[in-house]
Design a binder for this molecule. Sequence first.
Ligand SMILES: [Fe+2]
Length: 470
Amino acid sequence: MSNFAMELVVKKEVNMLLLILAVALSILSDSVGASEYVRPLPRENLDFSLKPKPSASSPQQVHISLAGDKHMRVSWITDDTYSPSFVEYGTFSGNYEHTAWGESTSYSYLFYSSGKIHHVVIGPLEDLAVYYYRCGGEGPEFQLRTPPSQLPVAFAVAGDMGQTGWTKSTLDHIDQCKYDVHLLPGDLSYADYLQHRWDTFGELVQPLASARPWMVTEGNHEEERIPLLKEGFQSYNARWKMPSEESGSSSNLYYSFEVAGVHVIMLGSYVDYDGYSEQYDWLKADLSKVDRSKTPWLIALFHVPWYNSNYAHQGEGDGMMAAMEPLLYTAGVDIILAGHVHAYERSKRVYKGRPDLCGAIHITIGDGGNREGLAQKYVHFSILNFCVAQLTIFNTQILKYKEPQPKWSVFREASFGHGELKFVNSSHAYWSWHRNDDDEPVKSDEVWISSLVSSGCTVEKELGKTLYNN
Ligand SMILES: [Fe+2]
């Protein structure tokens, strides 16, 4: 062998050794990182035995939601079919100055028959006031607080809730924070065709959902479609009536509402969203009504994230993003909250896959605590990390945090938790994410967000209005 050939062989061997060393170091560093925090296993479904009610007309599963300016919808279920659908309410305990009447519905699903589901809109209500109320003329008194009419306003956010021990933990942590409205970007009960689980979920969330409005949009676990037998979203639509009519929508699966200085758009990931769909037309019309002098903040929620570097559900939001991202960008949407992926991730301001100072911040918060557990793996973008990824089959702890992240991704972690979004004034909001793997809320990510109105982006985009006026 010539000297030249020998040199080539040595170089090849050195390169191979360097590659092995790099892989070993990468594994070691990842292992060290992972050892800092060991996540407990997902918890089982809570074992519910529905408590016996004092009577068949006792209100169960009480929850409230915003229903147009200064109004709230009170929803509950009774076992019997003759309980009246009215709510007595007032600002003093036990002294109900007002009575409002509403409507009721029920549904059957295979061998299951629901109770009587009542929906009653109350109001007009004073802003930031405590009201005491009673459902159907009997049962315990409940208490709610209305949101403010002006900033500041605070939202609690958690998606993919389910009804496990972790869900309970998340709810307990939310109960400890000061907030005005709960936002839920899809996947509520994880009933998954077993209808009594909708009832147990309703009971689980009642302490919180009867006191603050819960504004929800649907996820895949709400669909429960059975080909030839059942249309989708039957149980969800019957139980969780949202202000679609109040916001000009013909579907309970997408709507909008305003609270204080925030316009909130709730979209449906499982409803037609292309340029010829009713949802698309409604979105265009809704965006055209937004007055940024009245609501300087514009946010949107839906279930399937558009920006997601987790292996779970990779690319599932691409179709909806292609159809609707230009509309939301042109309108100057500040923040987009999604669920579906059971982990947490926050992006920079981004548009069309690239950081963009006038784009939206995307937050995936599908980590409320459901029984399916956490989404542990993130997408890798280098050959080296691809190689290392193959070695993680036997130890999913290794690669969770150390892979290169996409440029748009700021923070990601596969843990359960909840978010808090406080709009302080017209220019600044504060977002924080609270991990609950510790059984205590641990603030693990936070950021101050400047509004697109204050940065001048919305003025720049005025020209873009032609996009959704066409
Ligand atoms: Fe989902």
